[in-house]
Design a protein around this ligand. Structure first.
Ligand code: GCW
Length: 727
């Protein structure tokens, strides 16, 4: 009889050997494949039906885009169905409508008529000889988008091979230009991004073209992103020199088959810095000639170049106001030179100045709204979702709905500058959805931000949505394995702004991990509550801009040195009486920039949604909240809720340790532990600081601070990735 100690030793040795061997046998999952893993579907009747259904793949057309669609379909089906030999009874037809076999496509014409050029149709009817699965559209790119959608729906179960009635799934993008904005520098640092270097290998380009660009193209096309701005809005004129234009062209060539256009950031002072002129005055004839020549050169090298993104007269960037000219003078100068090439100018409205004593939240509206209608048709004013700067929560920007004659682009931040970088889990689709669904009441009820940027209330020629990318050279692209979901979510919402965050999360989990109910059912609540948890443990109830100075990582409610509009006190306005920024008529009156319906609701401290309370009101510490708690206690409870949420995710994630590959499971597990530690730090730092004003007892249901205020004020973080002061 083996002694129990010996038995345990043998068992531990076996575990050790097995554990050691395991990583060598299970395919290393470092996240590089993103949501395009095409891992084998679980054994099921449905999977068997698919294997019996999928027949040979027939391609109708020969373009690079269609070839990419065929390659993707082969990769996907082979991965998902493992043993598929494409010998099932239904062939797959891939091709644009006008290249499909004529006899059978009459029925499709009606379905596809209403679609725009990027739309797709997934069709199956036994009325068509051979009972094929048809993936089609009006153009080749529609077929590619349909291919990715087909593979996504096989994994989600939305497509069912056993259905013997006609299947006709159509979809088309609501917004024309769906872009990533890379805040990537030519030195390959990436501003505010914590997932490695810039993926654009400028020095080796155009000679060496990294295979990563093709994978980048596939990932973006799979969610319908059709444009990318390669360079930082804090721009470098060098990228417009001939040398760099050929480098850019090499990237453009890789992305083109996937329907992705390339854009660059145009530095307004380029005529001086690389053109040798003495001025960049937009009304100077020499300057206009220089830009025309430069833009003609760009198109001679990149014929389908998308256009420019411009940050001008903002945070020190050069612009037309340096010459007492207007934003319209500047934007129209570039627009006129781009128009013959069908290029566009996305001109950012992120303008504010510390020399302006008016509330920073009012300055962009004040500067741009009076210029409504003075921009060329190919100028789009690109506006952040809120009036300050990508806070964990902001009210929608008042410019949305205030410029009916000007196309407005929505700029969202996928990278988490104020939400914990690539260390903290914050699934942002709920934030994006909250913005898109915000009713501005500028065209009556239902005039949401989504409808405004879709051009529903104006006859604009261009519609744009942009996401500041969280992508870098990390093997998993986004630093934190779960933050790939934000890149995915941005793309899916750019295509279909009405999609729900939960639907998107479910799709992403099924493709990135697998469709096992336990994984989906555990991960959905974690993802869905994560953004609110970050709001709660950092800037709850409408608090904003109380982060650490400079790198913006971690708490800093005490920050008060330097320019006022970069401090924290400017925004929280804590004093013995209360907390919050009075933006009603008794304060900065930022509310006057919103529609009367919004203004009436939000100016009433009893009616405003509590999550915006301290954005618009200075509220007494003992103000009775809807819960019956006074503000001070309610504030404490929100901070505690944030910490508790993160704590619960650790257990939930632990429960998946035998269902998720060890590499990614371990990475997320250690980051969740760190997120809990830093959520506690945020809670304790803010509450000990605000308590010095409130002078009230620590809220009873809130865990006591682990240290005193001086401890938190003394915390220094070094070399926070993405900190522009170090780039
Ligand atoms: O969010 C802030 C950031 C800057 C950024 C700027 C902008 C690219 O702190 O890093 O610069 O706004 O959006 O232009």
């Amino acid at each position: 009889m083996l002694h129990s100690l010996a038995r345990r030793r043998i068992k531990n040795t076996l575990f050790l050997l097995l554990g050691f061997a395991l990583p060598f046998f299970s395919q290393a999952e470092d996240g590089y494949k993103l949501w395009l893993r095409y891992a084998p579907l679980e054994e099921s009747a449905m999977t068997l039906s698919w294997t019996n259904s999928i027949g040979e793949l027939e391609l109708f057309g020969a373009s690079e885009t269609l070839q990419a669609a065929k390659t993707e379909m082969e990769l996907g089906i082979s991965g998902l169905l493992g043993n598929s030999d494409f010998k099932g009874q239904s062939p797959i037809w891939l091709g644009p409508l006008d290249q499909l076999p004529p006899a059978d496509t009459r029925a499709l014409r009606d379905e596809i008529q209403s679609l725009n050029d990027e739309g797709y149709l997934i069709y199956r009817s036994d009325a068509i000889e051979g009972d094929p699965w048809i993936v089609t559209g009006k153009t080749d790119i529609g077929v590619l988008y349909g291919t990715f959608a087909f593979l996504r729906m096989v994994q989600s179960g939305e497509l069912n091979p056993d259905l013997n009635q006609t299947i006709a799934i159509v979809s088309e993008p609501k917004i024309q230009h769906r872009l990533l904005n890379h805040w990537d520098n030519l030195t390959r640092t990436v501003e505010r991004v914590q997932s490695g270097q810039s993926i654009w290998e400028w020095f080796q380009l155009p000679d060496y073209v990294s295979p990563r660009y093709r994978d980048y193209a596939r990932a973006n096309a799979s969610v319908g992103i059709n444009g990318t701005v390669l360079t930082n809005v804090n721009s470098n004129a060098l990228v417009l020199t001939t040398e760099y234009l050929y480098k850019t062209a090499a990237i453009a060539n890789e992305l083109r088959p996937y329907g992705i256009k390339v854009y660059l950031t145009a530095r307004f002072s380029a005529p001086i810095e690389i053109g040798g002129l003495k001025t960049a005055d937009p009304l100077n004839a020499e300057v206009a000639k220089w830009w025309k020549k430069k833009i003609d050169e760009i198109y001679s090298i990149i014929p389908d170049f998308g256009g420019f993104l411009v940050k001008a007269n903002s945070e020190g960037q050069p612009g037309p106001q340096d010459y007492d000219r207007s934003h319209a003078d500047g934007a129209n100068l570039l627009a006129d030179a781009l128009a013959p090439h069908s290029g566009i100018v996305m001109w950012r409205a992120f303008v504010y100045s510390h020399k302006n004593t008016v509330d920073r939240a009012k300055q962009a509206y004040t500067e741009f709204v009076p210029m409504d209608g003075s921009f060329r048709d190919n100028v789009i004013i690109q506006t952040k979702n809120g009036p300050i700067d990508f806070m964990p929560r902001e009210p929608f920007h008042p410019m949305f709905g205030a410029m009916p004659k000007t196309p407005l682009a929505l700029e969202l931040q996928i990278t988490q500058e104020y939400l914990g970088g690539a260390v903290h889990l914050a699934y942002l689709a709920p934030l994006f959805e909250e913005v898109l669904d915000s009713d501005t009441f500028t065209n009556g009820q239902g005039s949401t931000v989504a409808k405004i940027i879709e051009g529903e209330f104006s006859d604009v020629q261009h519609t744009v949505i942009a996401g500041v990318a969280n992508i870098g050279t990390d093997r998993n692209w986004t630093g934190h394995p779960l933050l790939q979901s934000n890149w995915y979510a941005f793309g899916r919402l750019a295509w279909e702004p009405q999609l729900s965050s939960e639907t998107i999360a479910t799709e992403w989990i099924q493709q990135t991990f697998n469709a096992e109910p336990e994984i989906v059912d555990t991960l959905i609540p974690m993802l869905m509550e994560s953004r609110e948890a970050v709001v709660n443990y950092s800037m709850p109830l409408g608090l904003h801009h109380i982060m650490a100075r400079g790198h913006h990582y971690g708490p800093g409610p005490w920050v008060d040195e330097g320019r006022a509009d970069w401090t924290s006190l400017y925004y929280h306005r804590a004093d013995e009486q209360g907390l919050g920024f009075d933006r009603t008529s008794t304060g900065s009156n930022a509310l006057e920039q919103y529609s009367p319906t919004i203004r009436n609701q939000w100016s009433d401290v009893e009616k405003i949604p509590e999550e915006l309370l301290l954005w618009f009101h200075h509220v007494p510490w003992n103000f009775e909240m809807k819960s019956g708690n006074i503000l001070w206690d309610e504030l404490g409870l929100h901070y505690q809720m944030g910490v508790d949420a993160v704590r619960s995710w650790k257990e939930e994630w632990e429960s998946l340790s035998d269902k998720i590959d060890p590499e990614r499971h371990h990475h997320v597990a250690v980051l969740l532990k760190r997120q809990e530690r830093e959520a506690i730090e945020y809670k304790d730092a803010c509450l000990t600081y605000f308590q010095t004003f409130a002078n009230l007892p620590w809220p009873s249901k809130v865990e006591p601070a682990e240290h005193d205020l001086e401890f938190y004020k003394a915390i220094k973080r070094h070399h926070v990735p993405g900190d522009p002061s170090e780039q």
